[in-house]
Ligand binder design. Sequence first.
Ligand code: FE
Ligand code: FE
Ligand code: ZN
Length: 276
Amino acid sequence: MKIGCHLSASNGFLHMAKETISLGGNTFQFFTRNPRGAGAKAINQSDIEKFLKFKAENGIGTILAHAPYVLNPCSANEETRELAVRLFADDIKRMEYIPESYYNFHPGSHLKQGVEKGIEYISEMLNTTLKKEQTTTVLLETMAGKGSEVGSKFEELRMIIDRTKLDGKLGVCLDTCHVYDAGYDIVNNLDGVISEFDRIIGLERLKAIHLNDSKNPFASHKDRHEKIGEGSIGLDAVKRIINHPKLKDLPFFLETPNDSEGYAKEIALLKAMRND
Ligand code: FE
Ligand code: FE
Ligand code: ZN
């Protein structure tokens, strides 16, 4: 099983890889830069070399970078949109130091412009930043639909993909808290949600799962993550998700409210709940 959690990147890649092993995982997620600001640390070539060696020797899987929250490619504010393009392009460039990784971003909030306009701006950013030669796969995250978030419906993600020229560089990261919050009933109808995803987006686009429980009831559009088994999704549904034949080979990333000890416990619990 490929599993890991969100880690702080402040001590570098080698540190995150070692932390992952100590937590019982084999992959991890991290922010490319300060999530609420724009600043990024300089690339540390020696840390990256050590990390790549450690990754190969210890069977660490494809890692997942997460874009900062300030990135909003469909903002009504032109400067915010330009900042998004700059940060996105710079993040892709930096990710190429760790070839074949995933880079996840929130499609953004259209504010009062409408979802159509939002989708137009998002694909515009992708069309200016994606490069033929990049090895990084960019993942659109499924959103809860809080405020004016784009991407809480599979159809919206499909439209972004359709309008992106280099769509071969695009995949999707499904966040269990977000989709449940958005009104996809993964608790009572997991098979139905998976076939809807397949029909609208195509399961071959699904590259990663953010595995979170939710503090709020079904379809509440709030986006508040809960510890595994302690929220409205519950342990039985989580067990079905991690063992589903169409999901079980994907990497699972925990973004639950936990310290290291809590993450280690959840990783152990999830590994124990696997049927294989
Ligand atoms: Fe996210
Ligand atoms: Fe997420
Ligand atoms: Zn969330």
